[in-house]
Write a protein that binds this ligand. Structure first.
Ligand SMILES: [Zn+2]
Length: 273
């Protein structure tokens, strides 16, 4: 089991090394240039990226992350024509939201109190992840009644983010040409309510709010969560999630080989002499 959070937490040089060594994700289904992107630094500062007219791509984002060694790297769920104008929600319509995925953030707060077990003193709990995995599969099955382009990403801590990429605001709300932001908000509210009603248990308030709020930000896939030192790594479809054990998911999210490169045996031999 991964002892995340105990051994290498928040060492900025290791975070830098991750972004320098990890291969830059290409062919991502997310349009980073359309996203409002912000990073959270180790001292709790937020730095907004995509603030200039020359938009960011994954290569530029990885370069900036290697520079700032952020704790979290987040992107908006909505795609914008002018992501540099994203600020307050009252102003968001001026950034022209043109689309964007619907995201359900599934973690152990969904079922807190239902299943009792002793949590380890680490941020990552294996048993919680087993239960969250089952919930994620159940929610995905419900979403698949309406949508098919779904990617599940391990959050790097307590659960999974379900990204519904073929979600369209027009599926659930009438189109308001003067305020697209309002249409996105109404559509997300209706769809979340629809999902909540079909679940055995209602989505708790914070999960409900996250799925409804078009201003919410979510971890950028393949970025590193520096609190746990685990990668927010895409798992794949619901079937991929069903097939992968929690151990395998945690192993794949562990960047140890990238930040602690194994030296060639001959080099180690020289060091020991
Ligand atoms: Zn637990």
């Amino acid at each position: 089991m991964v002892k995340a959070g105990l051994w290498i937490r928040q060492d900025p040089s290791l975070v830098k090394r991750y972004y320098e060594s990890a291969s830059i994700p290409v062919n991502l289904p997310w349009k980073l240039s359309r996203k409002h992107i912000r990073i959270v630094t180790r001292d709790g500062r937020f730095i907004k990226l995509n603030t200039l007219r020359n938009r960011i791509n994954s290569k530029a984002l990885w370069r900036l992350c290697a520079k700032y060694a952020p704790t979290h790297v987040c992107m908006s769920v909505l795609d914008y024509l002018s992501p540099e104008k994203v600020g307050l929600s009252s102003e968001a319509r001026h950034a022209y939201p043109v689309g964007g995925e619907y995201v359900v953030d599934v973690d152990n707060s969904l079922f807190r109190g239902i299943d009792s077990h002793e949590h380890p003193r680490t941020l990552v709990c294996y048993e919680c992840l087993e239960i969250v995995k089952k919930y994620t599969i159940r929610i995905c099955e419900l979403i698949e009644e309406n949508y098919s382009n779904i990617i599940i990403v391990f959050s790097g801590v307590r659960g999974f983010h379900i990204h519904v990429l073929d979600f369209q605001a027009g599926d659930w709300a009438s189109f308001d040409g003067h305020n697209l932001f309002k249409s996105h908000k109404a559509a997300r509210f209706r769809y979340t309510l629809h999902l909540s009603r079909m679940l055995d248990t209602l989505l708790d308030k914070s999960r409900f709010t996250l799925s409804v709020d078009p201003m919410k930000a979510i971890a950028v896939p393949y970025s590193l969560n520096a609190s746990t030192m685990l990668v927010c790594r895409p798992v794949g479809s619901r079937i991929d999630l069903e097939r992968k054990s929690v151990t395998k998911i945690l192993d794949e999210a562990n960047p140890a080989l990238l930040i602690w490169p194994v030296k060639a045996i001959s080099e180690q031999h020289v060091e020991f002499q």
